[in-house]
Ligand binder design. Structure first.
Ligand SMILES: Cc1ncc(COP(=O)(O)O)c(C=O)c1O
Length: 488
């Protein structure tokens, strides 16, 4: 097996890249359980790296449970490295535009925000992994140094320092955007809402992935829009052939997609698909709202590009935030409206004028000097490790029939149990044990699909408590399947 020399990607240390290259070979089956890995000396010369880089990489793969060292013999792929549950197939939602039913989401949301539960339900970042002390210090400094600014109305587009910082970060996603073409928003949620509101009329049809992030369903519902859900694959996202068919009908007003590590499936389109998607949008003259809140949370570099990076006609409205990487509570996000910038800015100013200044200045200061890249490296590593541990726990504790996604970034897993399994029943049973999960129907536009599925948040620091919660969920799932068999 010959490996090409590594070219150092920005924002990633070398041994992690070596480990990730090998991990990919293990996960895609090139290196099989029981196979011997190249000797340290051989890999060192193949990749043109140092001995300690290879040793660190092997240590990391050991920590991830993928390889083990045999004395005097070398490193081997572990027998259990691949014995993970199956992945779910592409979804097959109903193919008609539907009115949205999100009644269940409202019932479930309060449990998902309750931090006294083992919170495997909400897609919240683990606060322990965020640089909160540093953000708090910056905020205090800003309050002292800008005591009046903190109480003034901000600029309608948002604070210029912050827009400049976001414009710099956008280069990593392949987009070169002038800061004056950006609007600062209250999180990605507001960015998405502004775009929808600016571009649609009640009764319009919006194409979405299925399953999809439930807050978008709420936004569509509140604006009187219909959802046309398309089959979506857990690895590559929405089916472009189905999208082409849908656009041909002339009934679609716009599309909404989470481009990188979607919620809940974790899918990530590759660059070829992103280009094909843009070509389709151009052909049918359709705008796209791209939600990229998880783009920075890739497990193996480089950062996946935004769809906006391929946007030849400026018709992609890009939305993102720092909610998943720095602080969900500061409510700082941004939107690049492209050719619809004026409409989006107008909507922002009608809705709430501008954002509060202190959170904006805090995030700007952190991005400028706070070590954001170092923080992201740690966060990505933590999420990758936690995702691997949760996958292992699913393998260890859940029914053998369980299918689970294998995301390459972000922090959610989507589990599918056999038809007839009732994830809502599991949700209620789990609450009796102080555990929250997100039942699948929440992510269905019609409220009719995915009753046998649920989502788990992996952005929790893996601890005995979390392991116990996974054991309980596995046990409850097995019990329910057994009861179904007995017809109870
Ligand atoms: C896909 C997706 N978009 C947007 C959001 C919300 O982002 P924000 O908190 O910045 O509004 C979430 C949060 O879970 C999400 O998963």
């Amino acid at each position: 097996m010959a490996l090409l020399p590594i070219t150092l990607a920005p924002n990633q240390v070398l041994y992690e890249q070596v480990a990730e290259r090998l991990q990919r070979l293990i996960l895609d089956g090139t290196l099989k359980p029981g196979d011997r890995l190249p000797s340290v000396r051989k890999l060192r010369s193949q990749l043109s790296v140092s001995t300690s880089t290879v040793m660190e990489a092997y240590r990391l793969l050991e920590d991830r449970g993928l390889i083990s060292a045999r004395p005097q013999s070398g490193y081997y792929v572990k027998a259990t490295a691949l014995s993970l549950p199956q992945e779910p197939a592409a979804t097959a939602p109903p193919r008609q535009a539907c009115d949205i039913d999100i009644s269940l989401a409202f019932q479930v949301i309060s449990a998902m925000r309750d931090r006294t539960l083992v919170q495997l339900g909400a897609a919240l970042p683990a606060l322990e992994l965020l640089p909160l002390a540093q953000l708090n210090r910056l905020m205090g400094k800003i309050m002292r140094e800008h005591s009046t600014v903190a109480h003034s109305y901000g600029m309608p587009l948002g604070c210029p320092e912050l827009r400049t910082e976001f414009a710099k970060r956008m280069l990593d996603a392949g987009c070169s955007v002038p800061p004056d073409q950006m609007v600062i928003t209250n999180g990605a949620t507001e960015a998405i809402y502004l775009c929808l509101k600016a571009l649609t009329q009640p009764g319009d049809t919006v194409v979405i992935e299925s399953p999809t992030y439930f807050a978008v369903l709420e936004a569509l519902k509140s604006l009187g829009l219909k959802a046309l859900t398309l089959p979506t694959h857990p690895r590559d996202g929405i089916s472009l052939s189905h999208l082409a068919e849908a656009l041909q009908t002339g009934e679609v007003k716009l599309c909404f997609l989470v481009s990188n590590f979607s919620n809940p499936l974790g899918s990530c389109m590759d660059d070829t698909q992103k280009k094909r998607l843009v070509a389709l949008l151009n052909q049918y003259d359709i705008p796209l709202i791209e939600d990229d809140v998880y783009g920075d949370l890739y497990f193996a570099g480089p950062r996946p590009k935004a769809i906006k990076a391929f946007d030849t006609e400026n018709r992609v409205l890009y939305c993102a935030s720092v909610s998943k990487t720095l602080s969900p509570g500061l409510r700082v996000g941004w939107c690049i409206g492209g050719r619809y910038h004026a409409e989006v800015s107008r909507m922002k100013s009608i809705l709430n004028g501008s954002n509060a200044m202190v959170p904006q200045l805090t995030v700007a200061a952190f991005l400028a000097n706070g070590g954001y890249d170092r923080h992201l490296r740690q966060l990505r590593r933590a999420y990758q490790d936690q995702t691997a541990q949760m996958l292992q726990a699913i393998y260890d504790y859940f029914p053998a029939e369980t299918c689970v996604t294998r995301p390459t970034g972000g922090h959610v897993l989507w589990l599918e149990l056999p038809q007839g399994f009732d994830a809502l029943r599991l949700y209620h049973k789990a609450l009796e044990h102080y555990i929250a999960i997100a039942p699948g129907v929440m992510f269905s536009a019609s409220g009719q699909c995915y009753s046998n599925c649920f989502r788990l948040n992996t952005a929790v620091v893996c601890s005995e408590k979390v392991d116990q919660a996974m054991q309980i969920l596995g046990h409850l799932s097995k019990k329910q399947l057994a009861e179904n068999l007995l017809g109870r």
